[in-house]
Design a protein around this ligand. Structure first.
Ligand SMILES: Cc1ncc(COP(=O)(O)O)c(C=O)c1O
Length: 403
């Protein structure tokens, strides 16, 4: 390979050097020219980077704590920190850690709070993959996760033991949508010195004020409402105080839970439209839920804002609104095969897991056991998107007809 120059000056340690002094191969690595430095944009910049350059050796820091600036890309870049800081501000948290997924956020909380031999309480209707983690990997580590009924409220006191390290809440619960009495659970847990964590994904961190209700740690799958467009996976762990910050921060750094700055930038964009999307999603979901409630095929609508949803009164007391996801229970004549025909006949509702995006989705759970009276296999969960409700209702109606 021919080189434009053969004399090579020692490579500079940092900053830009006049390019004529350097070999062309060096200039590929250490740019001598580039764009002007001043650019003011409304869009937060995307910083990619593993290595952080220090001004000099005296300023070298090897610490994950954000207070000491930047040390290594794994502990945060300006983009991941921007998202964390905005979420902490929104949720009223001491600090928010951004994780590669909602599931990673759940795992991080377990590993920060529970040691071998510890006992953890988890609602029966908790997110399935989180419950699987509890039964499999955590059980292998000697962490015993016991489930409790979503309606337990202050009754959680009887389930708390000497070795209980953490109480989880999830409200509404996954799929079956029960609202928990979080303040009552917090009071009982704190009376025994036990911290409380919540999966606050349904509320996008804003419809239920976890920290005002005394919760110590609040996680979100940012994958859902904050991302908002079904094109990223991301999670967050927000902590109420300095003790939570140390505990979660150490585990966060040691586990190497890096979130992509590109995904964080998408989430930062998602935050800007979160309020208008949540309002529109709530309106659309309520219109569909009320329509389904009047349908002869439907036995029950499990939507937190409707009175027949378990815990509806608590929702009215504690929540600032409802969001896009709810479930229905079809009447006894709806076998799993007939429900499958109904789902297959839907044209606008996609058959898919997840929720919180712009598109409407439906999913059935033929093996669901936790609904009373063996009604689980007749439950269908819907995520209502931003399509025109009139089209969604027509789609549901034509599919009922076809099935
Ligand atoms: C309530 C809840 N929490 C957490 C998660 C996990 O999020 P992610 O898909 O980002 O891992 C999900 C995903 O469906 C969820 O529904």
């Amino acid at each position: 390979m021919s080189a434009p120059r053969d004399r090579v000056d020692p490579a500079p340690r940092s900053g830009r050097e006049p390019s004529e002094r350097l070999d062309w191969r060096t200039r590929l690595i250490r740019a001598g020219a580039g764009a002007p430095g001043t650019f003011r944009s409304l869009a937060p910049p995307i910083h990619r980077g593993s290595t952080v350059l220090f001004e000099n050796f005296a300023s070298v820091a090897d610490d994950w704590r954000p207070s000491s600036g930047y040390a290594y890309g794994l502990y945060g870049t300006p983009t991941t920190r921007e998202l964390g800081a905005r979420l902490a501000d929104l949720e009223g948290a001491r600090h928010t850690f951004v994780t590669p997924s909602g599931q990673a956020a759940i795992a991080l909380v377990y590993l920060a709070y529970a040691r071998s031999g510890a006992h953890v309480l988890l609602p029966q209707n908790a997110y399935g993959s989180g419950a699987e983690l509890a039964q499999d990997l955590l059980s292998g580590l000697g962490i015993r996760v016991e489930t409790y009924a979503a309606g337990i409220g202050a009754g959680i006191a009887a389930a708390i033991r000497e070795d209980t390290a953490l109480v989880w809440c999830e409200s509404p619960g996954s799929v079956t949508m029960e609202i928990e009495d979080v303040p009552a659970i917090v009071r009982a847990a704190h009376a025994r010195g036990v911290p409380v964590a919540i999966d606050n994904t349904y509320s996008a961190g804003v419809l239920f004020d976890a920290f005002a209700h005394g919760v110590d740690v609040s996680i979100q799958a940012l994958t859902k409402f904050v991302g908002g467009h079904s094109d990223l996976l991301l999670g967050s762990v927000s902590v109420a105080d300095a003790a939570g910050f140390e505990r979660v921060g150490r585990a966060f750094a040691q586990l190497g839970l890096n979130a992509s700055p590109d995904d964080c930038a998408l989430a930062l964009r998602g935050l800007q439209t979160l309020a208008v999307r949540l309002e529109a999603l709530e309106r659309n979901a309520l219109e569909v839920a009320r329509w389904l409630r009047a349908r002869p095929e439907v036995e029950q609508v499990l939507h937190p804002a409707l009175p027949e949803c378990p815990g509806h009164e608590i929702w009215k007391r504690d929540f600032g609104g409802s969001s896009s996801v709810f479930s229905i229970v079809l009447r006894p004549e709806w076998s799993p095969e007939r429900i499958a025909r109904w789902l297959d006949a839907l044209r606008l509702f996609g058959i898919g897991f997840s929720w919180g995006g712009t598109a409407s989705l439906a999913m059935a759970y033929p093996r669901l056991t936790r609904l009373d009276g063996g009604r689980g296999p007749r439950l269908v969960r819907l995520n209502v998107g931003l399509e025109a409700p009139v089209d969604l209702l027509a789609d549901l109606a034509q599919a009922f007809q076809a099935a």
